[in-house]
Design a protein around this ligand. Structure first.
Ligand SMILES: O=P(O)(O)OC[C@H](O)CO
Length: 393
């Protein structure tokens, strides 16, 4: 909607931007939030586990990937312990993302009184129905502390990025009024799976102001709500006046978003993008992403590949004030197929933290040039497959 306004679009820090995103994304902004950045599993898994262990009344947990791993075991034991001690625990896990998880984890949870729901397990008689996955990452404890970000539960997310097979990722701990929006987001699939809605003070307590950040939860539910995440990226990029930082695991910008990035460059906006290198878990995504680099590089977009290990982060920062965090990737699967939850945060202090994290990763990344946009003979067939199935990636 800002494309035609060009340089006259509001700045992301303007009240008008908040009003427009409220209407377009059907989600209100709240004030008085605090968002803590947790870099890599060594920081976020202990923080999430401590939060679970501290629960007095309720826990809601929703994730995409959980497989057999120490961190999964620790989570299952902590959730079970809380349920055995009278805490109401609700657990949603994606049926494809958890297909390699030992059934005994679920048995332990159920036996302890945790209410477990599996989101769309694989149905071989109707595989197309399983295309929509629950890719959200939500943990809410006592309705007061929330977590979201990119990480699932597997060994690759554990620890730090000290080994090549680890994954570089970020989770965020949220406090303040926006936590109610995370709880509403959990309710979205809880209602779809069980027909009931969680309500009352145990899930939705009074939330006092905890900080100075404005935040807006953006629910991705393409079947019911259309392309909210893509719209949020488009609004943010088209409003950019000075800089855009993008650090994403799966970056396959569609025509609309490529257009927005090119328009931003025409306005003189500096754009830096960090992507995974050949340690990516899905090489076809990297090859398909690369097919879009030439027009971006020619326009002056700086693209880098992260060196140490698989980069799984999901972050956009606009004009050092708006940060977009959460589960959403930068691809059509995110915009049109999967269920997601992102949070838009307006805070110069928070954005500065994100920029510092981005620059630390940048220092370990290699800048790409036009020479890096070619394909070897062995890569070409995979790239062609990627181009064919691009709307599914
Ligand atoms: O690695 P994830 O958790 O971002 O998932 C990527 C998949 O494309 C989601 O369907």
């Amino acid at each position: 909607m800002y494309a035609e306004l060009g340089a006259r679009a509001p700045e992301v820090s303007d009240a008008e931007f908040r009003e427009d995103t409220t209407v377009e994304l059907e989600s209100t902004w709240t004030e008085g939030n605090e968002v803590e950045t947790l870099v890599n599993g060594g920081e976020y898994f202990p923080a999430m586990l401590d939060a679970v262990k501290s629960a007095q009344k309720t826990i809601t947990f929703e994730t995409f990937v959980a497989v057999n791993a120490v961190v999964t075991y620790d989570l299952v034991m902590a959730l079970s312990d809380r349920a055995e001690n009278g805490v109401k625990v609700h657990f949603i896990i994606d049926g494809i993302g958890s297909r390699k998880m030992d059934e005994r984890y679920l048995e332990k949870l159920r036996h302890s009184g945790v209410e477990v729901e599996i989101y769309k397990p694989m149905n071989y008689l109707s595989p197309w129905d399983c295309n929509n996955r629950d890719h959200r990452k939500i943990l809410v404890v006592d309705g007061k502390v929330g977590f979201t970000g990119g990480a699932g539960y597997a060994d690759c997310w554990d620890g730090d990025v000290e080994k090549e097979w680890r994954w570089r990722d970020t989770m965020y701990c949220l406090r303040g009024p926006v936590v109610a929006d995370l709880q509403h987001a959990f309710n979205d699939n809880w209602k779809e799976l069980t027909g009931s809605t969680l309500s009352g003070e145990e899930y939705f307590p009074y939330l006092k102001q905890e900080g100075r950040m404005k935040a807006q939860a953006v629910l991705g539910a393409p079947q019911e709500r259309g392309d909210t995440l893509g719209a949020s990226y488009l609004l943010a990029i088209d409003a950019a006046k000075e800089s855009i930082l993008i650090e994403h695991a799966y970056f396959i910008p569609n025509k609309e978003l490529r257009g927005a990035l090119l328009r931003a460059r025409q306005r003189g906006v500096e754009i830096d993008i960090i992507l995974p290198n050949d340690k990516i878990d899905t090489p076809v995504v990297r090859l398909t992403s690369r097919s879009h680099w030439p027009e971006l590089l020619e326009a002056g977009v700086r693209i880098y590949e992260y060196g140490p290990c698989m980069l799984h982060g999901k972050l956009i920062v606009v004009d050092d004030v708006l940060s977009i965090i959460g589960s959403g990737n930068f691809d059509d699967r995110t915009f049109f197929i999967n269920d997601e939850l992102n949070v838009n945060v307006l805070s110069r202090e928070f954005a500065a933290e994100q920029r510092a994290m981005f620059e630390r990763d940048l220092a370990q990344s290699q800048r790409m040039t036009m020479e890096d946009t070619g394909y070897s003979w062995s890569e070409r067939p995979k790239m062609w497959v990627g181009k064919l199935i691009e709307p599914q990636l």
